[in-house]
Design a binder for this molecule. Structure first.
Ligand SMILES: Cc1cc2nc3c(=O)[nH]c(=O)nc-3n(C[C@H](O)[C@H](O)[C@H](O)COP(=O)(O)OP(=O)(O)OC[C@H]3O[C@@H](n4cnc5c(N)ncnc54)[C@H](O)[C@@H]3O)c2cc1C
Length: 463
């Protein structure tokens, strides 16, 4: 069937990218994007900076305005929630915010419903809500609710449950707003996406900036106190009191609609798609946080809910849904986060993940300077490089350093090397730039790779 009507459920990174790509390739295609709220193409990655006050107005978070999007020729159905996909009839049944029922016909459908905040098994989490000062953070509405609690209840303190990257961005954001922040994490170290040796550096940065950090601490329940504050109960029977509690323990793919249309589930309960972003259901594609993710270094899909990935998958889905033939190249899980004056980043696999993927990994640590030490303002960067001891292939890198040490672009050098299946020795040979105020003849990225190669030589030398 030729595609004349492309319907997309979801108006965030994945859905809008799909719509833009389809309209770009074929201006005659009728593209409709339906979204449950009124914020198409808003950067939810920027929510911590809206709450901190560094982004002055919520409208500034729009990647593109509604007018920009409509100027491309797409139709936006705002405040419209898809309730059912009638796959055999090629229809989606939806309801507007005012309760009206609508039916949308499609030739091809793209599901980009994203993810919802995980709700860990904490007693009281379902009973309490934003009016009690209890918050999740995934949507524009969630951010407005946090802003409202800060402005109207003026809490002096906040407890953040979860020390992943969103928890840490919010620790900084709420500290900036003048709240006394405590972060509670179940695992032994903060930022578990990097090795604990680097998590420890991040923890120090948090405490240096007045954030109280409690690790190895499980939250068992939440209750409301007579003074209006919330009590966060931990497994040791202690009650930690705060006026605002934010639970940010990850996300869960939003898959119910797609499943009801016949899509099957893959890794982590996300929608199974092939590299063309096609689900198992006829004429239905899916992209973004609702799908599992093909990884360039792993034999089977994984789940990596990231804006970078959602953008690329959306473009692939949009192109293929209108008759194109392209594939998602796969993710490396490249990510970066700023925590006060520090930046932490990773790409590829950590040791334990590499072992699970069938490699024989080894990880080495190095702390090269970001630029020549004789030029003022140099800082060491903590870098951990993981490579395969059998082939020498680079498998991953983790970096923590000063916010002015170009950590994001340095992790991208490793990501580029990983994408092209380079060895650690290849990284050492790259022709990278140098001037004393910004780098070294061998950049920090290369010094750490050299350390890995030297370690291998030492380990394999006859004793
Ligand atoms: C605070 C925060 C910070 C982040 N920071 C980063 C970062 O720095 N870097 C990074 O790479 N990633 C970051 N992410 C992750 C990134 O934002 C997500 O990976 C990305 O937004 C996923 O896009 P998506 O389109 O798949 O889904 P979502 O953004 O979850 O959007 C889902 C869309 O589907 C719509 N929808 C859902 N159900 C229905 C329905 N039934 N009917 C109609 N519409 C529906 C919603 O209204 C929404 O428009 C961050 C996320 C958060 C919450």
């Amino acid at each position: 069937m030729s595609t004349r009507r492309l319907l997309i459920i979801g108006g965030s990174d994945g859905g809008i990218m799909a719509a833009l790509r389809a309209r770009e390739l074929d201006p005659d295609i009728d593209v409709t994007v339906m979204l449950a709220d009124a914020y198409p193409n808003f950067s939810i990655c920027g929510l911590p900076y809206l709450i901190s006050g560094e982004v002055g107005h919520w409208r500034n978070l729009a990647h593109r305005t509604t007018a920009d999007l409509e100027a491309t020729g797409m139709t936006l159905a705002l405040d419209t929630t898809a309730e059912r996909i009638a796959a055999t009839d090629h229809q989606v049944l939806a309801r507007t915010a005012s309760g009206d029922e609508l039916t949308f016909d499609y030739d091809k459908l793209i599901v980009a419903t994203g993810a919802v905040s995980a709700r860990p098994p904490i007693a009281g989490l379902d009973r309490l809500g934003v009016s009690d000062g209890l918050h999740l953070l995934h949507t524009m509405g969630d951010a407005f609710a946090v802003q409202s609690t800060i402005e109207h209840r003026q809490p002096e303190s906040a407890i953040i449950v979860g020390a992943g990257y969103i928890g840490l961005e919010m620790a900084e954001g709420l500290t900036t707003r003048g709240l006394q922040v405590t972060v509670i994490e179940r695992l032994p170290e903060v930022l578990p996406t990097v090795d604990p040796q680097l998590g420890e550096v991040v923890r120090q940065q948090l405490t240096d900036n007045g954030v109280k950090v409690m690790t190895n601490t499980a939250v068992s329940a939440l209750t409301k106190l007579d003074n209006g504050n919330l009590c966060v109960h931990t497994a040791d029977d202690a009650c930690h009191e705060a006026g605002l509690v934010l639970v940010v323990t990850g996300v869960k793919p939003d898959v119910d609609l797609a499943v009801s249309a016949g899509a099957t589930l893959g890794y982590g309960g996300a929608i199974a798609v092939d590299r063309r972003m096609q689900t198992g259901a006829p004429d239905i594609y899916a992209a973004g946080d609702c799908v599992h993710t093909h990884h360039r270094l792993m034999p089977a899909p994984t789940y990596l809910p990231l804006g970078t990935t959602a953008h690329k998958q959306g473009r692939v889905a949009g192109e293929n849904a209108i008759g194109g033939d392209t594939e998602f190249a796969g993710s490396l899980g490249t990510q970066v986060v700023k925590i006060f004056e520090l930046v932490a980043a990773r790409t590829g696999l950590k040791d334990i993940e590499a072992t699970a993927a069938g490699y024989r990994p080894h990880t080495t640590a190095a702390s090269p300077d970001d630029h020549k030490a004789y030029y003022p303002g140099s800082h060491p960067i903590d870098i951990r490089v993981t490579g395969d001891t059998t082939t020498g292939r680079l498998l991953g890198a983790q970096l923590v350093g000063h916010r002015h040490s170009e950590i994001a672009k340095r992790v991208d050098t490793y990501a580029t090397a990983l994408f092209h299946e380079m060895t650690a020795a290849d990284v050492e040979r790259l022709d990278l730039s140098y001037t004393p105020p910004l780098g070294s003849p061998y950049d920090a990225v290369q010094v750490a790779a050299q350390r890995w190669v030297a370690d291998q030589r030492a380990l394999s030398a006859p004793t």
